[in-house]
Design a binder for this molecule. Structure first.
Ligand code: ADP
Length: 145
């Protein structure tokens, strides 16, 4: 049914990831050809610098952070019961919603599966990432709660 399924993962929120596991497995295993693209978006470092939280002398080692994120994403992906040769891992930098929408366009995703926090007064219906993805994605989006 779907060929390229994009699953954005916030590695700091394992409970949200847990919510999507069965949905991703079900959609991925509907055919023998579907690929699952897991994506984690890291904050842009200049953003921290602009807040005065880091100076060049103490700038975090970008490559180390990226490779740590990749290994955590890989660990997360291994928890999904999907053939390994149908999984692709992606790391991007910037705002999560932009990274998700950009990768969706690049890989021609035909489905995005995203978890959302339960609605509350502070998030009002959908959180900012989920709502931007629903609003701007060119493909179907499954929001899991
Ligand atoms: P928030 O209130 O954090 O914006 P949302 O409910 O809008 O929460 O979206 C949460 C979902 O957004 C996560 O389940 C995940 O799919 C995606 N997401 C959030 N942050 C990231 C990130 N840094 N990298 C990849 N995906 C992310």
């Amino acid at each position: 049914m779907y060929h390229d399924i994009l699953v954005p993962i916030d590695i700091s929120e394992p409970a949200l990831t847990q919510l999507v596991v069965s949905h991703v497995e079900t959609q991925a295993l509907l055919t023998d050809v579907a690929r699952v693209h897991f994506l984690t978006v890291l904050p842009a470092f200049p953003y921290y610098a602009s807040l005065g939280l880091a100076y060049s002398a103490e700038a975090p080692d970008k490559e180390r952070i990226r490779s740590e994120a990749l290994s955590q994403l890989s660990e997360t992906a291994n928890k999904f019961n999907i053939p390994k040769d149908r999984i692709e891992l992606h790391i991007a930098t910037g705002s999560p919603k932009d990274g998700i929408l950009e990768l969706a366009a690049t890989i021609h995703a035909d489905l995005i599966i995203i978890a959302s926090h339960r609605p509350s007064i502070t998030t009002y219906l959908l959180g900012s990432n989920a709502s931007a993805v629903v609003r701007h994605a060119k493909c179907s989006v499954l929001v899991v709660r």
